[in-house]
Design a protein around this ligand. Structure first.
Ligand SMILES: C[S@@+](CC[C@H](N)C(=O)[O-])C[C@H]1O[C@@H](n2cnc3c(N)ncnc32)[C@H](O)[C@@H]1O
Length: 354
């Protein structure tokens, strides 16, 4: 983006602040915790962690820098007079529903502390797009994270139709089309402004994705019409009571033998890190993040008819999908990325005869 020198300075400052929070404050707090000798699970250690000297700094800066981030990003977008780029004549399409009603649980929180969320205006989508780069500490500027997911976590097959739940502004959907060029790729999201931006960004890459405004629990797409259902950073935005219907919808969409791959977070079993994730949900206005992490999504997938459901770890700065739930060890704050893998049984696997 071409920001003014003042806006650039504001963005750089927030990025530096967030890097210092991740690479200095988090390890400092962890050292203090280790010196305390406290043990137990995330809930048991919480009172000890809350009394550590670095904790107020850590907790305040996590939320305070996130608020500063959106301010800096919104200013930069506003000063540019930015509006949604034209969709152009490229192949990507958007199916909007003029009567679509967003669910209350979706609109009543400013998710990620972004004022107005990602759905409230055209600017909101642009703000989200730029903010997402800073949230990833500049690590995902060229969207390598999403390419890594597509390249390492998705089995190489000849897919006919791929459905990406919660596609946002498209950065999870267009790499799928780039890798599986023969497949029809459909990105589904609640937020109309994000879908418009997704189509423009996808067209700029010259690829063809069908963007559709729908709830991932009721996509309106045909039964058994897909052979891959994906999502990235999506299930932690869904209330626990709605999560089962995400799997029911995925199993309805998938033909026998179809594949499900969801990239999200899991507890690591390290109580300090798990507590940091639970509190990240609170400080980052992601109320459904801890509730999702407490659910057994693999069991939920099995109840919806999936087989071979399991989580594996995902190393976003290394090789991507890892063969097991082995967590990459790093001193700085980083998300416990993991991939939920599951398959719809083929008739043979289900013990059926042709
Ligand atoms: C954190 S963003 C992730 C976007 C994209 N997958 C990525 O990796 O950048 C989560 C997206 O899920 C969408 N979303 C949340 N709940 C949804 C639902 N029930 N159905 C469809 N989309 C939903 C939000 O609008 C948002 O765009």
């Amino acid at each position: 983006m071409s920001a003014s020198i003042e806006d650039r300075a504001g963005l750089d400052f927030v990025l530096a602040l967030r890097r210092a929070w991740a690479t200095e404050l988090y390890p400092q707090l962890k050292r203090e915790f280790e010196r305390s000798g406290a043990g137990g699970d995330a809930a048991t250690i919480a009172p000890t962690v809350h009394r550590l000297p670095a904790y107020p700094w850590f907790a305040w800066l996590e939320r305070g820098s996130q608020k500063m981030l959106w301010r800096a990003v919104a200013d930069a977008i506003e000063h540019q007079g930015a509006s949604l780029p034209p969709r152009g004549n490229g192949p990507a399409t958007v199916e909007l529903d003029p009567d679509f009603r967003l669910p209350g649980w979706y609109t009543e929180w400013d998710i990620h502390v972004q004022p107005g969320g990602v759905w409230s205006s055209a600017e909101a989508a642009l703000v989200y797009e730029l903010g997402a780069r800073l949230v990833m500490l500049g690590d995902n500027d060229d969207y390598k994270f999403h390419r890594l997911f597509t390249e390492t976590a998705i089995p190489a097959r000849d897919y006919r139709r791929i459905v990406d739940f919660g596609c946002g502004f498209g950065k999870s959907a267009w790499p799928l089309k780039q890798r599986f060029a023969a497949a029809e790729v459909i990105g589904v999201d609640l937020a109309a402004p994000c879908l418009e931006l997704a189509a423009a960004r996808t067209n700029a890459r010259g690829v063809d994705v069908r963007y559709r405004q729908a709830d991932a629990t009721a996509t309106g797409l045909e039964d058994n019409s897909a052979d891959l259902v994906t999502s990235t950073m999506f299930v932690h935005e869904i209330p626990a009571q709605i999560l089962p219907s995400v799997f029911t919808e995925a199993s309805r969409l998938l033909a026998p033998g179809g594949v499900l791959r969801f990239l999200d977070f899991q507890f690591t079993g390290d109580p300090f890190r798990d507590l940091a994730m639970i509190e990240h949900g609170a400080r980052n206005n992601e109320p459904f993040l801890p509730t999702m992490m407490r659910e057994d999504l693999a069991a939920m997938a099995r109840r919806a008819g999936f087989a071979q459901a399991r989580w594996v770890a995902f190393d976003e700065r290394g090789q991507g999908r890892l063969p097991e739930l082995d967590w990459p060890s790093r001193p700085e704050w980083h998300f416990p990325w993991a991939v939920l893998e599951a398959e719809m049984p083929s008739p043979a696997q289900a013990g059926e005869t042709e």
